[in-house]
Structure formats: C-alpha cells, structure tokens
Ligand binder design. Structure first.
Ligand code: CP
Length: 313
C-alpha cells in the first residue's frame, strides 16, 4: 500500500480490519514502531474526529504528528498548474507540497469538494495534486469523493457487532439536511460495504442517486420503509444531489430516521459518521438509545487510522 485513499481489495480490507481490532485490544503494543517518523496532517476543512483520532493513532505508534490548518494558518494556495499568479493566491501547491514532502515521512490531507465543479471534484483534484507534488505516502482524511478512514472504522464496527456467519443486511439511508453536503461518506461506505461482501441496500429520494461507480453491487430501493425491513445495520447520512451537482432537492416525504421507522426490528443497529443534526437526520431517541453505534464508530476511528499508519510504516 503506497497511499491510503480508497478501497483497494477485500484482502487488504480484511487485514486492515484485523489489525485495527488487534490495536483496539492493546493500543500501545507497537508504541516504538514509528519512532523518528513524522506525519503532517493537512486540513483544508474543519474536523473534530478525523483530526484527533489520527493524532492519537500516530501517538500510539510513536509517530510525531503536526497539524496544519491550511485553510487558515498558511498562505493561500494556487492549485492549478501553469497559471499566472497575479491574484490573491500566494503559494503554488507544487512548491508547498514539495516542502511538506521534505519535512514529513507521510502526509494526511482533508480536502472537501467545491460541490460546484463536478469534473474537478470527481477527479479528486486537490488530493491528487498533493500526492503528485509531495512525493511521499498520502492518507486521505476525506477527499472530494471518498472518506476511507471513516469507512474502515465503519467496517471494524460492523465486524465487532455481527458475530453471525451470514452476510449482514446493511442499509444506507439518505437523511434530510439544510446544507449542501458532500458525497464522500456515502460513496466510500458503499464501496467498502460491497467490497467487504455485505448485502448493501441504498435508499434515497428520487434525484439523490449517487455516482454509479460507487454503488455497483448495491441494491437501490426508493421506498425507505421497504429498504429498512430486516436490516442488521442502518447507516444514516445526508448527501446533496449528484446529477444536479451539489443541489438540495425538494423532498416531500419525511426521511428522518426514528424509532417508529424501525418498528419491531429490535436487532437493527444504527450508524452515523458524525457530526449529526439531531432530530433532522436522526432522532434523539435513536442516538441516545441502545441501537446507536455512533460512539463505537468514533472510537474505532483511532484504530482504523492506527492500522493504516502501521501499514504505511
Ligand atoms: N466523521 C468525521 O470525519 O468527523 P470530522 O469531520 O469531525 O472529522
């Protein structure tokens, strides 16, 4: 594994999940493995879980981590190649990434999509510019199209809570939101859930179809009630429209997930990557009740990141 930016294979996913669970059982078992190594955490967007869990993961392996909020703390970056830099962008990504490549052993980057330039976002332009010009291994902390560390933590959480031999029925359900939200969590979750062999159903209102390259192998069911039947895991997430790129569409039906919708399905566990808009996406009763795995997912972010950093070491 040279970079960690997406699902690559079921064998790699299985080994990362096993490694994460091993680290969860004894987080400091390899506390000197990364001694002398330095990880640069580059944020172009806000974060709570990704920032702290990745730093904790690095610390557990003896890796020194440095956080750079490039949206606020450094020079405004020009991302496009070959441009005349006579406006407000001060430093070119080619120079900045090369400097960071000299300072660190590996980089981790968070770079959300614009949600206005579909072509550029779909190519994961910013993440790839960092990979191209830093010359060192890169971990995605959520890019324009994927959030692989979140998905790895989600797969670890499903593994922990599903001891049965059969495939779990996993449902990804769209939820309402007031803002235009990226597709990365939903794309990645679909990619990893199908890749790990789960029986995945995706349910959303008409118009919220995800990019098909991420949903291959999943069942699309527009009727949320039908989709939720017999679910073992229900993953709640909002995303903006992909076809009408970045738009919020008018949806008549109530898509909030509440206890009433899960009805007599007492086994269904509910997941969300957080941050969550309570009582808009997901009800208080579910978030504060026994079905909720959201805190388990957040905790597993540490061990998912630790497994990835370990593999890059
Ligand atoms: N789930 C997640 O990535 O959380 P943050 O945006 O707070 O890092």
């Amino acid at each position: 594994m040279k970079n960690f930016t997406q699902f690559e294979s079921s064998s790699l996913a299985t080994s990362l999940i096993e490694k994460a669970l091993t680290y969860k059982s004894a987080p400091l078992q390899a506390q000197d493995k990364g001694k002398g190594k330095r990880l640069g955490l580059i944020f172009l967007n806000p974060s709570l879980r990704t920032r702290v869990s990745t730093q904790l993961a690095a610390s557990n392996l003896g890796v020194e981590s440095f956080v750079l909020n490039m949206d606020k703390d450094t020079w405004a970056l020009e991302m496009q190649d070959g441009v005349l830099m006579n406006k407000n962008k001060v430093e070119h990504i080619k120079d900045a990434a090369a400097v960071l490549g000299n300072y660190f052993d590996f980089l981790a980057i968070r770079a959300f999509p614009s949600l206005t330039n579909k072509e550029e976002d779909s190519q994961d332009f910013i993440l790839n510019q960092f990979i191209r010009y830093s010359g060192i291994p890169v971990i995605s902390l959520e890019s324009a199209v994927r959030h692989p560390l979140q998905s790895l933590a989600d797969m670890v959480t499903i593994k922990e809570h599903f001891p049965e031999k059969r495939k779990p029925k996993v449902v990804l359900t769209w939820a309402p939101h007031i803002k235009s939200i990226p597709h990365a969590v939903a794309n990645s979750f679909s990619e990893w859930a199908v890749g790990c062999g789960h029986d995945l159903t995706i349910t959303h209102p008409v118009g919220y179809e995800l990019d098909e390259q991420f949903t291959k192998g999943a069942t699309i069911e527009y009727n949320q009630k039908k989709a939720l039947e017999d679910a073992d895991f229900v993953y709640v997430k909002n995303w903006s429209a992909f076809n009408l790129y970045g738009k919020i569409l008018k949806v008549d039906e109530n898509w909030l997930l509440n206890e009433n919708k899960l009805g007599s399905n007492s086994k269904a566990k509910v997941m969300h990557c957080l941050p969550v808009r309570r009582n808009l996406e997901l009800s208080d009763e579910i978030l504060d009740g026994n079905r909720s795995l959201v805190q388990n997912q957040a905790k597993n972010r540490i061990f998912a990141a630790q497994a990835v950093i370990d593999s890059l070491l």
